[in-house]
Design a protein around this ligand. Structure first.
Ligand SMILES: Cc1ncc(COP(=O)(O)O)c(C=O)c1O
Length: 452
């Protein structure tokens, strides 16, 4: 029996996260060196390493018997809890009726792109999840290259939007930002909102990393700045280390009554509702409690410590630049200063750089620039700093909270040896690259008898 796949599916590329998985497995199983057995230094996967909070686990156990279908937008207890959570942490007043629960924000962003007419504006670099969805839905889209720090420049947004003929434009804003770890401040968001109001741009504000903001008082939601035009998405995946629970939510803009009915129709058509026990478990994660508050504080502080170490170590390597993260568990490293040496070593694309780093003797997994919607020849990479035992590190932090710079360095050295070793591998790789290039140059000079 031969099956014919629908052309629409044939036409889309494998999403980058799946490609990445396959790539790491293939390269890894091809490696016959004994050192490959330990695995690799994992800077590639963006997953919180911490245990699912105890309150959520217990609520899930208590609700395993809930076998009934839930209401399409989510169970009322959960929508209430999310409403209070948003008020408490993000200062947004949002009635539970404006909240829709779905199986992860990825799905909800897809659903929003399904119902919203218009050209999509995708700032780059970007999380690897958006582009395959946009392509799958055959939507018109334009990239908007953001400044070196990953932030949208309002004037660039305006210039681009003025060129677009559509009555409505959809901006995908990701704040805090994957892959750079940067955070927009209030006035930057206000400037973007001004452009959006003027040119009828709807915003999908992906705020999945909001709770990881290191100095939490600095986080501002676009839902507060541009409430009439913003869809805010967030969920359990990053802040509650529960990506596998598949639970996210979207806050609809104020006064979007007609749209809500359309959205409900789509959700009911595609997945009916999120698993009922998972929704009950999520209530415990969004209800305000001392335990959850402590969990957020500890985990964001650990991300900060790991981020600071990773940033300092990387930028101490000759020629390497990086974004200084203010949130998330990523930064964007820029290896472009090594472009001549990389090209000499026949590493001509960011994909080839990822391949060169994963093999022996480096065993280091990164996400190369083309997976982040950058040029294939851009030697930038996302570095995720989460390769450690989250449960152990959480306890270690609570037992002895590092206070000074040297205590924090020691904390990383004691608790995240794979991050430390992986960064040393990157240093070694670029060191060898430079030395080889110099040796080669010397050889060339000697052969050609060029005087020094
Ligand atoms: C920026 C960004 N948005 C959305 C997601 C997906 O979140 P969810 O697990 O809620 O689908 C991720 C996960 O990596 C992400 O990095």
């Amino acid at each position: 029996m031969r099956f014919i796949v629908d052309q629409q599916v044939e036409d889309i590329e494998m999403p980058e996260n799946l490609k990445l998985n396959t790539f790491l497995q293939e390269f890894h199983s091809d490696c016959t060196h004994p050192e490959c057995r330990f695995g690799f230094y994992g800077f590639a996967f963006g997953q919180s390493p911490f245990p699912v909070p105890r309150l959520i686990q217990e609520a899930l156990i208590q609700n395993v018997n809930k076998g009934e279908y839930a209401a399409v937008p989510g169970i009322p207890q959960l929508r209430n809890a999310i409403s209070k959570y948003n008020k408490h942490y993000f200062g947004i007043d949002v009635a539970p009726e404006r909240i829709y629960v779905g199986p992860g924000t990825k799905e909800l962003i897809f659903n929003l792109l399904e119902i919203l007419h218009g050209t999509v504006i995708l700032p780059t670099p970007a999380w690897l999840g958006y582009l395959p969805q946009i392509r799958f839905l055959k939507k018109n889209f334009h990239m908007l290259s953001s400044r070196a720090n990953g932030k949208i420049a309002p004037n660039d947004l305006k210039r681009l939007a003025l060129r677009l003929q559509d009555r409505q434009k959809i901006l995908i804003l990701n704040n805090p930002h994957n892959p750079t770890g940067m955070l927009y401040n209030k006035s930057e968001l206000e400037e973007i909102a001004d452009v959006c109001r003027e040119l009828n741009i709807t915003v999908i504000s992906d705020e999945i990393y909001a709770q990881t903001t290191y100095d939490f008082s600095k986080f501002v939601s676009m839902g507060k700045i541009y409430p009439e035009g913003t869809f805010v998405t967030n969920g359990l995946s990053k802040s509650h280390a529960a990506g596998g629970y598949r639970l996210g939510y979207v806050i609809f803009p104020q006064h979007a009554v007609d749209l809500k009915a359309q959205f409900k129709k789509i959700l009911a058509t595609e997945y009916t509702a999120v698993s009922t026990p998972i929704q009950h478990a999520a209530v415990a994660g969004f209800e305000i409690s001392h335990e959850m508050d402590e969990y957020f504080k500890v985990t964001r502080n650990i991300h900060k410590i790991m981020g600071e170490y990773t940033y300092n170590t990387l930028t101490a390597i000759d020629g390497i630049k990086a974004t200084k993260p203010e949130a998330t568990f990523y930064l964007l490293a820029d290896f472009n200063a090594y472009a001549p040496e990389l090209q000499k070593a026949k590493i001509t694309t960011s994909q080839k750089l990822s391949e060169a780093l994963i093999v022996h003797p480096y065993h280091t997994a990164i996400v190369g620039g083309d997976s982040l919607v950058l040029e294939r020849t851009d030697f930038s990479a996302r570095i995720a700093y989460v390769d450690y035992d989250g449960a152990k590190v959480f306890d270690a932090y609570q037992q002895q909270t590092p206070k000074t710079h040297s205590e924090r360095t020691e904390f990383v050295q004691n608790n995240a040896p794979k991050i430390v070793a992986g960064l040393m591998m990157l240093e070694k790789f670029f060191g060898v690259l430079k030395r080889d290039a110099v040796d080669e140059l010397m050889l060339l000079k000697n052969n050609l008898k060029i005087p020094n």
